[in-house]
Structures are given as C-alpha cells and as structure tokens.
Design a protein around this ligand. Sequence first.
Ligand SMILES: Cc1cc2nc3c(=O)[nH]c(=O)nc-3n(C[C@H](O)[C@H](O)[C@H](O)COP(=O)(O)O)c2cc1C
Length: 378
Amino acid sequence: MSMILTIADLKDLARRRVPKMFFDYADSGGWTESTYRANEEDFQKIKFRQRVMVDMSNRSLESTMIGEKVAMPVALAPTGMTGMQHADGEMLAAQAAEEFGVPFTLSTMSICSIEDVASVTKKPFWFQLYVLRDKDFVLSLIDRAKAAKCSALVLTLDLQILGQRHKDIRNGLSAPPRFTPKHVWQVATRPGWCIGMAGTRRRTFRNIVGHAKGVGDLTSLSSWTTEQFDPHLSWKDVAWIKERWGGKLILKGILDKEDALMAAKTGADAIIVSNHGGRQLDGAPSSIEVLEEIADAVGDTIEVHMDGGIRSGQDVLKALCLGAKGTYIGRPFLYGLGALGKEGVTKALEIIRKEMDITLALCGKRLVTDMGKDQLRR
Ligand SMILES: Cc1cc2nc3c(=O)[nH]c(=O)nc-3n(C[C@H](O)[C@H](O)[C@H](O)COP(=O)(O)O)c2cc1C
C-alpha cells in the first residue's frame, strides 16, 4: 500500500485483481478511443506558473459544489456496474466518499441499489438519472432517490443511444458474467474477486430488477436496457424531471457552448462539461479542451463542473483554473475500488488530495478557491 503513489499504480493493481471483462469495461472508450485518450493527454499540454517566496502556510482545499461543502472539489462520478469491480462496490465507494467529505454519485445502472447505498451511509449522496422510455419507472426512480434523501439529481444527457465500445462486445460483457469457458476462466483467475462476489447477493442491476415492469429476472435485463434508453429525450423533458424532483439538479454531458447556454436556461443548478469519459462520441474534443470556452459562455448563470481524464490533483487544479467550480473522477476511483476495495477508493482520493495540496503551494496559493486563469502559463 505504501508504494501506491499514483492513480496509475492503482490501475495496475486493479488490472491484476478484476476479471478482464470488468476491468476492460472501465478502461475503454468508444470506437478508436481517441477521445478517451485525448481526455488524459490534453491535460499534459497545460502548464502552471511556478511562484516562489510567498507564504504557503495554512493551505485549504475546501470548497463548495452546488452549495454543499466539500473537503476538495472532487466528486465521485456515476459509473455503471461499479459493483462488478468489487463486491458491493457502490456501497463501499459511497462510504469512502462520505468519510473523506466528497460527494458520491450513484448511477441508475449500478449494481447496489439506491436503498442499498442509503442503508450504509449517513449523509446524502447524489443520484444519476438516465431517462428511459418507461416513464413510470423514471418517475419511480426519482421518487426513490427523494425517499433516500439524495441531495442532488444528476441528469445524464449524452447517452440517449449507447456508443460502441469494441472491448465490451469482444468480451461478451454481462452482469453477472455468463458461464462460458472464457468467462469462467476470466473469473476463476481472480480468486479474491470471486470470494467477494460469493459473499454478496448484489450481482445484478438492483435499481431495475424487481422495480421496472417486465424485468423480474436476469435474462430479460439485457434486452430491456438496449430497448429502454430514450432517443426522444429533448430540452423540454428537463422541466418535468426538475418539477418531479424539486431539488438540486445537475445536467451532465455538455460539450458545446450552445448546449451549455440552453442548459443554463433550464434553471438547473450546474452543468458537467463531459464526454462520458470518451465512451460515447469518439472524435469529440476532450472535456478540458472545451471547458474554458463553455465556462466563459455561461458566466455566472450556472455553476460549471467538469469530468474526463482527471488522473491527478494537478489535473483537478487545471480544471479549476479554466473555470470549473467542481470536478468528478470516474476511472480513478474505479481502479482504487478494483485494487483494494473501500481502502483503494480512499487511497485514490488521498493521492489526488496530496497532489493538489503540494501543487497549490508551489503555485504560490493557499486556497484552492483562489486558483484561476492567471495560475496557468498562456
Ligand atoms: C465504467 C464506467 C461506467 C460509467 N457509467 C456511467 C453511468 O452509468 N452514468 C453516467 O452518467 N456516466 C457514466 N460514466 C461516465 C462517468 O460518469 C464520467 O463521465 C467519466 O468516467 C469521467 O471520466 P474519467 O473516467 O476519465 O474520470 C461511466 C464511466 C465509466 C468509466
């Protein structure tokens, strides 16, 4: 554990501990994965200004996201099938986030349900909603998130249809895995993962199975999900979702300033500049490339968050400098979870915190909220 110093170290360990089909599910992007790669690579092009001879004592990473106090402006992004990276993954990640003091966002396509996560946490978490054709089910999901006292609804806009990820098709991804020789081999070579999974009942999409009409068993689930994402979703749908929800609303998946301006008009509390971690439109720009122009376009009309490609505390600070009030990490916490369970998620957050703290100091700042464009070389 003491030699785990970077998110890349957690990724290496996760690769060895998580069955290939689930590791690949996390470590993949759409088609050629060019946008997935650009999300990480474009951060490297941005350079800080090093400042010296300033008082670096009493530093603080504390901030707020949608009015909620956060230990650092880094939330856990919603990720589907997190409970397949590690048994009870969503529950463990939510606990790690709660203890650390950052928001956890539960995906609609999670393995552990809203109620499962609520049963092991004390503070409110956030819930991510996919709008599906079965509107009664969508309404019931909103109501369940309200009943669980979730403090924000994250509405995902960029997955009306599913981008193609070649690895998932080649691997024959499913949850739980199928019993073909290939799948049995992938699972059997990860004994720690198997022991964890044998010890939990949570091995399928528990927000859905037993709640949505016609999904009583596992065999009907895969066809249900492909049929159910709603390609008709449009800006006018935000109004009824907002009304039913009645709380803080975050719109996720904005990558264009025209869309950002539309989003600001909906009265939502924040947008997430995001390309779904490069998993949807391959060939789209990286999130960090478009962040500044989007933040400048919306100004103070809506809070701006971003995700995609953050692999260090330095990346978080670069995003803050370019106009984000908050950021999210997807794969970094999944790698931590796959590598070491709850402790690994905490480790991922600690790595990022330390990198942020040291970088802040070497840029000559004491408060993370003071980071702005003038801390970058341009
Ligand atoms: C394995 C995986 C599953 C994901 N599932 C969802 C999801 O269910 N809902 C959603 O809105 N975004 C989902 N995302 C996108 C993340 O919320 C986030 O936008 C992305 O992971 C950020 O990029 P990063 O992984 O480089 O940090 C998923 C991402 C990954 C890697």
